[in-house]
Design a binder for this molecule. Structure first.
Ligand SMILES: NC(=O)c1ccc[n+]([C@@H]2O[C@H](COP(=O)([O-])OP(=O)(O)OC[C@H]3O[C@@H](n4cnc5c(N)ncnc54)[C@H](OP(=O)(O)O)[C@@H]3O)[C@@H](O)[C@H]2O)c1
Length: 296
């Protein structure tokens, strides 16, 4: 299939790699063209504008930072929707407000194209391995059309409603996770005086109610960070966590829901960003908090 990917940041590049390995013809566009080079070396074709990407592709995937990035990529003068896109399929995978996904779906449908919203759980490793968890908001017909391709990207797909439903579910899933990273840092600070082997501490937590599922996949990274070791490439950084927490609070406000714990977690990450830690991998955060305590 001719697949286009607009936005080859960490996740977009990982998904492009996956689809190239699955044998698809992959066209790529990114605002910062330098990020395209490794994908071109792996067999992708680079184009200069989102409009050219849409023209070259039957299915167009986007995975971008936020609503402003969606606005620029879809609706700019050389945007994805600038040309004739009738009959094409868009798959939008960014983590944004439900209202952003709904508004985009309306604009795409007005151009005679199909759209599936599918924000994902899982980071760059699962994206490269086709093991993401997709939260789909779409009509049944559009979902049926996208499903075979989504199945090559995701280990599990849940179709939870129309456009906006996937974003709502994705934000809800990330909420306890992001709050947990802060809570886990505070818990690890409490056991620091015991001077136990970090791997053992993580293993104990992972086997109790004080641990969560994420420790199975990422516990070794937390242990490495506690040991002061290199934790490898950044997957989901503190700036992205801040963006997600802000989006969750906005989604809560739209429903009239108070979120005091989410707000406090955001405050901790805002302080971290102000101190220059925004580009650090979020998984290293509990260790940082345990070792260095408050940033304020
Ligand atoms: N990383 C993860 O583990 C993970 C997991 C699940 C979901 N997500 C979600 O996936 C999305 C992408 O995350 P990521 O980690 O891949 O982020 P990233 O590496 O920072 O990539 C962001 C992408 O958005 C583009 N972008 C940002 N602002 C733009 C604008 N105004 N106009 C056009 N393009 C713009 C960037 O282009 P440039 O290269 O030019 O900056 C880049 O291609 C986010 O919504 C994130 O919450 C991430």
């Amino acid at each position: 299939m001719n697949v286009g990917i607009a936005g080859t940041g960490r996740m977009g590049a990982a998904i492009a790699t996956r689809l190239l390995r699955q044998g698809h013809t992959v066209t790529v566009w990114n605002r910062t063209p330098a990020k395209l080079a490794p994908l071109v070396a792996a067999g992708a074709k680079a184009v200069d504008t989102p409009a050219a990407l849409a023209a070259a592709s039957e299915t167009i995937i986007t995975i971008l930072t936020d609503a402003a990035a969606i606005e620029a990529t879809y609706h700019g003068p050389s945007g994805l929707l600038a040309g004739d896109v009738k009959g094409k399929l868009f798959i939008e995978m960014s983590t944004v407000l439900p209202e952003t996904a709904q508004a985009l779906a309306e604009k795409v449908r007005a151009k005679g194209a199909a759209i599936v919203e599918c924000p994902v759980g899982g980071t760059t490793g699962p994206a490269r391995d086709g093991k993401l968890f997709g939260f789909v908001g779409a009509t049944d017909a559009d979902f049926a059309r996208a499903k075979p391709l989504l199945e090559q990207m995701c280990r599990r797909i849940e179709h939870v409603g129309l456009a906006g439903a996937g974003s709502r579910m994705k934000l809800a899933i990330n909420l306890p996770l992001l709050v947990y990273w802060q809570a886990f840092g505070e818990a690890l600070a409490l056991v620091q005086p015991l001077k136990l082997d970090p791997k053992r501490v993580i293993d104990i937590f992972a086997d109790t109610s004080g641990g969560t599922n994420v420790l199975k996949a990422r516990g070794s990274v937390v242990a490495a960070a506690l040991e002061g070791k290199d934790t490898g490439p950044v997957g989901f950084d503190i700036d992205s966590m801040r963006k997600d927490l802000r989006t969750m609070i906005a989604a809560g406000e739209a429903l009239g829901v108070d979120m005091p714990v989410t707000g406090r977690a955001l405050e901790a990450f805002e302080n971290a960003a102000a101190a220059g830690f925004g580009k650090r991998d979020g998984t290293t955060w509990p260790a940082y908090w345990a070792l260095h305590g408050k940033l304020r």
